[in-house]
Design a protein around this ligand. Structure first.
Ligand SMILES: *[C@@H]1O[C@H](CO)[C@@H](O)[C@H](O)[C@H]1NC(C)=O
Ligand SMILES: *[C@@H]1O[C@H](CO)[C@@H](O)[C@H](O)[C@H]1NC(C)=O
Ligand SMILES: *[C@@H]1O[C@H](CO)[C@@H](O)[C@H](O)[C@H]1NC(C)=O
Ligand SMILES: *[C@@H]1O[C@H](CO)[C@@H](O)[C@H](O)[C@H]1NC(C)=O
Ligand SMILES: *[C@@H]1O[C@H](CO)[C@@H](O)[C@H](O)[C@H]1NC(C)=O
Ligand SMILES: *[C@@H]1O[C@H](CO)[C@@H](O)[C@H](O)[C@H]1NC(C)=O
Length: 568
């Protein structure tokens, strides 16, 4: 079979080079290699001799044959029938644009795009014969990229998390490939406006949370993947076109999550969306939302309050697919899984979400289920706090949250409620969770810490005063341990007026570094020395006072108990 003559539209633009030191042999060799890599090569290109490469069709040598290939700026070879491997362009640091779309390439040289520090446009779309390869992560060198088009090029595997390297990237087209895994988090730090990763063979997985940070995003095509979880807050994006159909997305579609100032097109079809069918303002001209699990058929109509409450519970768990599947319709007492209703078939009395590996938090909305008697949330991966409002539920008899990873305070339930939180939950009641559980009932604990510190300081000062007083009395009426009578004699303890100020307290706060004199610890005041024996008493008392006074202020407790001197 004779290969058809390619309609070659080749344009190799060489920049004028002031330096003419590069030998023509280098360029010739490079051009020859390029010619050999194309099957078939353009008809008048030689694959044996590069002597006249400047006369080859489509090759332009703008400053004579002496311009080095490293000055190549644009390579335009789209819509030919070129086959073979896409050659390596590595280190062509002047190359700004590569167009190789719609050819018959069957592979890509490894590292083909490394060191392309000037590259702005890479366009290889519609090369469906390339042997499976992955997204060329060597593009991180190309920090000036504005447009990457690799759709329909048999890319497979996970996208590398490199998109924060491209400060100018506007267009990212990766549709019709076999990209799997999650959307890379670094996309949130890229200025991408047009994101096309639709129609992947197996499908992207994970959530679309990253979109919420993409403030430049105006068009997102993510249809036909395996994406899960809810629509995040997209109100800070610039989206006019959001294609989400044919995924596994769940949760409530609240129009307030979307940028209603710009949005024109949205498809939600064939997902597992829940709650009310959203009602968009007329500016959103094209809406389609067929084949979902909405509770009502009329846009904007509310669901049953009990259904909304259970959806809020599911929301705390990130709207897992299992709950979207089993909680369909607008009546929670119509044989929904994981819930049991009373005999009137109106109110949920048991909620059993135990042992499903659910991650997320316990929604305070559970408290709205006022008929609820039994709540099983045990043996999951729940984090965050046990909401205090649950202690006010009027009918509650049993709540089991054991074997999770909950933090925060241990809530105090009324006596008739059986509250199981052990085993598991090793952090609960340790207060460490305050920084990680993001608000909740732990919010007031900052004031608690401050009050605790003040109380601790006052108690400490009182004890210090008492101990020093004792010490002086002992000195006066008898020996106190190994006190040097002469030095101790200098310790002036009068009444409260010139007693123990902040300076002295500060000096005592760093004892281990301060007691360089072995047994002695000099006070900042000057000629005062307190025996180590006294300090031990002081710090011992301090540690106890601290634990009581500050309700277990982690850092200080640790510091005090970690000192051998004070342990006994
Ligand atoms: C992929 O590219 C080939 C060759 O250009 C084309 O025939 C095919 O329609 C493209 N597929 C898609 C889904 O665009
Ligand atoms: C797509 O990728 C998946 C997972 O790597 C693989 O199992 C599947 O065979 C690939 N599909 C095609 C058409 O290459
Ligand atoms: C909707 O998006 C399509 C492309 O997906 C575009 O052609 C069309 O103009 C958009 N419609 C509106 C109303 O913006
Ligand atoms: C729970 O009840 C409160 C107070 O009645 C209400 O404001 C809130 O919207 C309810 N939440 C849900 C999810 O039903
Ligand atoms: C909880 O999460 C950890 C880490 O993500 C995972 O290894 C573990 O299997 C999960 N546990 C359950 C019960 O799903
Ligand atoms: C529990 O949570 C803590 C902090 O939130 C985390 O470091 C730890 O890995 C978690 N343990 C499990 C089993 O998920």
């Amino acid at each position: 079979m004779e290969a058809p003559t390619p309609h070659l539209l080749l344009f190799l633009l060489f920049a004028i080079s002031s330096s003419l030191t590069t030998s023509t042999a280098d360029d010739g060799a490079a051009m020859l290699a390029l010619a050999k890599s194309f099957r078939p090569p353009p008809s008048d290109w030689s694959t044996t001799s590069s002597t006249d490469y400047c006369k080859w069709t489509g090759v332009k040598c703008t400053s004579g044959r002496r311009s080095p290939l490293s000055e190549l700026k644009t390579l335009t070879l789209q819509r030919n029938k070129l086959s073979g491997k896409i050659p390596s362009f590595a280190k062509l640091s002047s190359l700004q644009e590569i167009y190789l779309d719609e050819n018959l390439f069957d592979g890509v040289e490894p590292g083909a795009f490394a060191g392309l520090t000037s590259l702005q446009i890479l366009s290889i779309s519609d090369n469906p014969n390339i042997a499976a390869w992955s997204f060329p992560s060597e593009l991180v060198d190309s920090t000036s990229l504005t447009s990457v088009s690799l759709d329909n090029t048999t890319i497979s595997g996970v996208l590398p998390d490199v998109f924060d390297s491209f400060a100018s990237l506007q267009s990212l087209r990766l549709s019709y490939n076999n990209i799997t895994g999650a959307l890379p988090p670094s996309l949130a730090k890229s200025p991408v406006q047009n994101l096309w990763i639709n129609n992947q063979e197996s499908g992207l997985t994970g959530t679309i949370e990253v979109l919420s940070g993409m403030t430049s995003l105006s068009q997102a095509w993510l249809q036909k993947n395996q994406l899960t979880g809810p629509i995040p807050d997209l109100s800070k994006t610039n989206l006019f076109d959001l294609q989400l159909r044919d995924n596994q997305l769940t949760g409530i579609v609240s129009p307030s999550l979307l940028p209603l100032g710009s949005l024109k097109n949205i498809t939600l079809d064939s997902n597992k969306f829940q709650g009310p069918l959203p009602l968009f303002p007329p500016e959103v001209a094209k809406v389609s939302a067929e084949h979902n699990y909405f509770c009502t058929a009329k846009a904007g109509e509310n669901c049953d309050p009990q259904v909304m409450t259970l959806l809020a519970v599911a929301g705390g768990l990130g709207y897992p697919s299992t709950l979207a599947e089993s909680w369909q319709g607008n009546d929670a007492c119509s044989n929904w899984a994981y819930v049991t209703c009373d005999s009137s078939k109106k109110n949920v009395v048991t909620l059993n979400l135990a042992k499903h590996g659910f991650a997320g938090v316990i929604s305070p909305a559970i408290a709205n289920l006022t008929s609820l008697k039994n709540v099983y949330l045990n043996d999951n991966n729940l984090t965050g706090v046990v909401p205090i409002v649950l202690t006010f539920m009027p009918s509650l008899q049993l709540i089991d949250v054991s074997n999770n990873n909950l933090t925060g305070e241990i809530p105090i339930f009324p006596a008739q409620v059986k509250f199981n939180y052990k085993p598991g939950n090793v952090l609960i009641g340790t207060d460490i969770g305050d920084s990680t559980n993001g608000g909740g009932p732990g919010g007031g604990s900052k004031a608690g810490v401050i009050i605790g510190v003040i109380v601790g300081v006052l108690v400490f000062l009182a004890i210090l005063g008492f101990v020093v007083y004792k010490f002086v009395m002992k000195k006066k009426y008898g020996k106190f341990g190994r006190t040097d009578p002469e030095k101790a004699g200098k310790l002036m303890v009068s009444d409260d007026k010139n007693g123990y100020g902040a300076n002295n307290f500060n000096a005592l706060k760093s004892p281990s570094s301060g007691d360089s004199g072995g047994d002695r610890f000099p006070l900042e005041g000057g000629n005062v020395t307190i025996p180590m024996e006294v300090l031990r008493q002081v710090t011992n008392n301090f540690s106890e006072a601290n634990i009581l006074g500050r309700g277990g202020f982690g850092v200080v407790k640790e510091r005090v108990s970690g000192r051998d001197c004070c342990a006994h």
